[in-house]
Ligand binder design. Sequence first.
Ligand SMILES: [Zn+2]
Length: 79
Amino acid sequence: MKKKLECIVCGRIFYQGQGIVLDVGGYTLTFHSKSCAMKFFKTLLSRLTGEEIKNAIKEVLDEFSLKLSEQRKPSSKKL
Ligand SMILES: [Zn+2]
């Protein structure tokens, strides 16, 4: 039997395997949809301040822009 989970943002009940479940910082975050997850993370990010968050954002930005530039690189293998 599949486990029932509750969306922490809107309270909707959904089954394990649906929605988004994240383990972060010792908490299990359960969202029934991407939009609820976005709502949560937007609020979370707006609460975070200081150098640590700036550094974390920069690291993640760099990571994604590196991936993007690798994807955009013309590769002879793919053609
Ligand atoms: Zn929800």
